[in-house]
Design a protein. Sequence first.
Length: 321
Amino acid sequence: MYLEVKNLVKGYTNSTRVINNLSFSVERGQLISFVGESGSGKSTFLKCLAGLEKINSGHISLNGNMINGNGVFVKPQKRKIGYVFQDYPLFPHLNIKENILFNLDQKYIKNFTKIINLTNLEKLLERYPHEISGGEQQRACIARSILREPDLLLLDEPFSNLDANIKYSIRDEICKIIRESNITTILVTHDINDALNISDKILIFKAGIVQQFSSPETMYCEPANCYCAEVLGDINKFPIEDKVFYIRPEKIKLVDNSPNSMHVEKCFFQGKEYKLIGRFKDNIWSIISQKPVKINSEVYFDYSKKDLMFFDKNCSSFFTS
Ligand code: ADP
């Protein structure tokens, strides 16, 4: 495996562990998303990879070399790891070209033209950071990192400071650049759509423990527990006899008549469709509708048994409804 993390433990004090026995591995060229609520240890993990923090136990190896563990600690400057943060750390007194070339080992200068073309920065090289947009600054940060042929690229919430209307096009552009450069990447994001749309695999983290590490499709259709299910999008609680099942809103089909109905309390237009919020057996539900529906009316629905998810009974405490 290209990146191997084994039994990693990290705490800032002796008594508490931020990361508890983390193990996973990544193949070369894969893009992995790390999803977890604030304070779950995502940035701490990136810092351990980059060498800005030492791990307490376990090990990390990259491209066949141990970088931390078994008595080894490779200093950050000796690790070939690119780190891009959310707040575009470019030097304000240097232009974009000078920023990208800052402190560059001459052996990488051969990559300059290719990376500038790939990141579409040709016309912006003479400008200063305050003269270009947030998305362009983020592209410059990516260019600065990948020019140095990193073994691993770490992206810490790189899209969160971008305006919503341009975020997805910039995200897709950056994703294309990473794919074309075949750079193994770990993306930390709180936006589940980023994780679902662009990653090869998603790792969901809570309380220092991996909840699930799998492809976006598996994660969405077969969440390991209700925490993962909830992180990945709306889900409805469905009591049937003495058991509680869960089902995604988009798996519910509205029909003219059925024994199952929901009392509609809200109806939101979402662009392509409407989202109905209402009550079913004392649970707050959402259902997708192609047409607007009157508040306080009943809608009838059908479902397929195969779309029901079942988790053990302790799981229900994750849900608030
Ligand atoms: P995330 O990136 O998922 O929001 P962090 O890795 O930043 O989470 O933080 C995980 C936990 O570690 C938090 O409880 C945070 O307060 C704590 N923490 C982070 N950095 C330090 C530090 N340098 N010293 C002590 N505690 C820290």
